[in-house]
Every structure is written in C-alpha cells, then in structure tokens.
Design a protein around this ligand. Structure first.
Ligand SMILES: [Zn+2]
Length: 95
C-alpha cells in the first residue's frame, strides 16, 4: 500500500505508523460527560467500507495525516494533513 503524504508525495506505507481511527483527533471538551469519554477512549466502529484513519509519517516529514480509505478494497481515496481537517480532503491516486 502507498500513501500520498500531502507534503512528501506518495510513499510506501512502511514509512508511516498507523495510529487508529481519526476519531482520536476529536477529543471531548473539558467537562464532557463520562459517556463521551468512554465512547472516545473505548468504542470504535468496524466498518466494511470507507473509514478515516490517522497515520504518522515517521520516516518522512513527521506529520499527522488523515487517510480516507476503503476497508474492503484498501483503496485510499483522499489524504490530508491533520492540521488541514477543516479544508476539503485532496483526492489521491488509486494505489
Ligand atoms: Zn510526509
């Protein structure tokens, strides 16, 4: 699998460290109910289809990247820097 880093270009996935579901970037606010923290820390969906994951470009630019991929086909449809989450994701090449 190859991942398109928005800063470095397309690289082998072995340059990256997988962190998990992109929901980790959506931390509950201070004072949020315990149920919100339980959901944030422990509960994950296991979709057959499109998902958003966090990857760290450990052997590259040290950026956190949100990767949109299909868990059935492993196709990556978009990547973006975690700091650009409010901007639309850039469409990537099929890998
Ligand atoms: Zn990079």
């Amino acid at each position: 699998m190859r991942i398109n880093c928005p800063l470095c270009g397309t690289r082998d996935r072995r340059e990256f460290t997988y962190y998990g579901d992109a929901v980790y970037a959506d931390r509950p606010a201070d004072g949020a109910p315990i149920e919100a923290w339980d959901d944030y820390l422990h509960l994950r969906d296991n979709p057959a289809g499109e998902t958003r994951d966090l990857w760290y470009h450990e052997m590259g630019c040290s950026s956190w990247i949100e990767v949109t991929r299909n868990t059935v086909t492993h196709e990556i449809s978009a990547t973006r820097l975690l700091t650009d989450r409010k901007a639309p994701a850039k469409k990537g090449k099929k890998t």
